[in-house]
Ligand binder design. Structure first.
Ligand code: NI
Length: 138
């Protein structure tokens, strides 16, 4: 189905009040924009739970002075080279580096990469942003 369709949603008063407060807090221009985003997020979660191709970004913060750490990170990324699309490295300060690893492939493989990266001793922070390749979601 193409084009835009209008739908009606019935909500209890207190739920609508909480939703409107959330919409304002998050900075959405309208309820419709907020609902669209929520629907997309739900569909992306479903993609990540399935077997299709997904995309995302792994972010890491670490101290590059820690012996062997940077080499181990590169080694893990080479082991997963088929799903690593690009890597951006930012020198945050004298010690700390931020790395953003853009990934695309099977969700299970991406989770596997994340697990191996998290297991590298000395990683201070890691997070995965789950996105979609956009193929399945309009
Ligand atoms: Ni650095």
């Amino acid at each position: 189905m193409s084009g835009v369709a209008r739908i009606g949603v019935s909500l209890a008063g207190d739920l609508l009040e909480a939703f409107d407060a959330w919409v304002a807090r998050e900075g959405y221009a309208t309820r419709s924009e907020a609902v669209k985003e929520l629907v997309r997020q739900a569909l992306i979660r479903k993609e990540w739970a399935g077997r299709g191709e997904v995309a995302g970004a792994v972010t890491l913060v670490y101290d590059h002075h820690r012996r062997g750490l940077a080499n181990r990170l590169v080694g893990v990324q080479h082991d997963f080279q088929k799903i690593v699309v690009s890597v951006q490295h930012v020198h945050l300060d004298h010690h700390n580096c931020l790395e953003v690893i853009v990934v695309k492939g099977a969700a299970g493989k991406i989770q596997g990469l994340l697990g191996k990266l998290k297991a590298v001793k000395g990683i201070k922070h890691s997070a995965l942003v789950t996105m979609t390749t956009g193929k399945e979601i309009p």
